[in-house]
Every structure is written in C-alpha cells, then in structure tokens.
Design a protein around this ligand. Sequence first.
Ligand code: NAD
Length: 288
Amino acid sequence: MIERLAVIGVGLIGGSVALALRETGSVKTVVGCGRSKENLVQAKRLGIVDHYTHDVAEAVDGADMVLLAVPLGAMRETLSGMRDHLQSNAVVTDAGSVKGSVIEDLREVFGEVPGWFVPGHPIAGTERSGADAAFASLYQNRRVILTPTSETDPKAISRVELMWRQCGADITRMPVAHHDEILAATSHLPHMLAFSLVDSLARLKENDEIFRYAAGGFRDFTRIASSNPVMWRDICLANQDHLSAMLTRFADELHELAAILEQGDSEGLLEIFERAKRARDRYIDGVE
Ligand code: NAD
C-alpha cells in the first residue's frame, strides 16, 4: 500500500496511474502537482487526486512514492524542485518516453543517478492529454519498461514494479540505450511520419478537398498526429541521435520506393508490400 503518492504532471499518464491505484485500493492519498490550475481542479473533481499544489517541493513532502509524468522538457526543473524535499524512504520513478535524457537530467541535478530513482516508461497511451483523458484501465495488460542502472536500489525497483503491477501492467527491464533505440523505431519515428504527412497535406493549396475525401486509411494512419505537440517535440529532441539515424534510414528507403514506382517495377512493389503485410500480420497475431 502506498501511503502518499505524489503525481507531478496530472495528465493522461499520471492521472491514469492514480485512478488505477485507487481502483485496486493500493494508495491512501494522492497529491497532484502541475502548472495549470484548471487541470488540477478538474483532476480533483474527477477523483484523481485528493489535494493539489503548484509547488513540487510541497507535493513530494511526506510522499513515499513520487511519479514524474511531465513532458521530458520539464523533467530537469521538476527534479531540481524536489531536491532536498524528499522524505528518506521515498522512491521516485518517471514515465518519460525517452530514458537517456532523464538519466542526464538526474546526473545534472544530483551529480549521480540516485539509488531511489527508478527510470520507467509505460508502453500505453492515447493521443489525448490532460486529466480529462485519464482512465483507470489504461495499463491493463500493457507493458511497462523499467531501465534501472547499476546504481538503482533493488528495493526501490521492487516497489515500482509492485506499483505498476497494481495498475495491471507487465514489467520488462531493459538497458537505457537499448530502450531509446527500440522506441525511436517503434514509436518516435511513426509519430514523426504522421505529424509530417498531415502537415505536408495541410499545406497543399487544395487541402480542404483532400481532407474532405480522406477515408478510413488516412484516419488510421494519422490518428497519432492529434497527440500533444509539446510532448512530442520534447520526445524527439530528447531522442535526437537515435531518431535522426532512423529517419535518415527511412528517408533512403522512401527514395528507393519512389524509384521503384517511377520505373513501374511491379515485382519490386509487390515484394515490399507482401513483406510488410506478413510482418504486420505476424505482429497483430502476437498482440491479440
Ligand atoms: P499530458 O499532457 O496529458 O500531461 C502532462 C501534464 O504535465 C499536464 O497536466 C501538464 O499541465 C503538466 N506539466 C507540464 N509541464 C509541467 C511542469 N513544468 N511542471 C508540472 N507539471 C507540468 O501528457 P502525458 O501523455 O500524460 O505524458 C506525460 C509523460 O508521459 C511524458 O513525459 C511522456 O513522454 C510520457 N508518456 C506519454 C505517453 C502517451 O502516449 N501520451 C505514453 C508513455 C509515456
């Protein structure tokens, strides 16, 4: 049982953790912290938090578990704000989509990666944001990746694992760099492509007509372009090296695809589409 959970950033991710823990009776008190008063008032109204404050130091005071669920660009200032205010048995974890940048922020603020900090990333989400978007079943049967370092206290890892299991999630552990490389390919690149496709079409002169006749395929492919732009800017910059490498590789493949099309190479197109269909069908079979 968590006595007092401090959720810094009460949006989709942080709010859903609070709701899931409440539903399973795994937390006594939840304190929310954020910048927007309107969002915090809504979080209280929805029963996500018991109390709220704008002050990180006040939020973590007396908390035995702290979850950082702010955009990656706000991590460093948040860590600085809680410095010297944590109680001695507190465990801190985060939900940031890139792990290398969080480790850098920790080293910058604390001069080391403290043993009580367990870096984490839930592989769950939607394109919606804010307290309104939070729901208790978000993590049910979803994966959470923890990327502890050699400095991380095993007892802190166990407490964070328990918290995520109480939310219904399965836990995987992974080295920090491996996490960032994999996620660049499976999450960050697709978001970049969706944002860039919609932006490119929206800038065409006849865009009204294009969007009017867009059907299910367009909707499916571009759903994630409705995600929070600030959050995604921060994620892309935080994973700049891995993502740039992925993007360059993909741009080369797009050029090759354009050449195959220009040559009217029917065999070439079919080979790519069949290979992709097989891979996607295998993936869907695996997750359903
Ligand atoms: P969100 O926009 O729904 O919530 C973020 C909250 O943080 C907002 O309520 C905002 O007001 C608050 N906030 C912003 N700056 C702040 C600051 N300086 N101090 C305090 N509060 C601040 O976003 P989210 O989807 O819940 O994402 C939160 C974190 O989780 C991000 O780091 C993101 O990378 C990660 N994440 C997101 C998803 C997803 O699909 N949305 C999935 C996994 C991980």
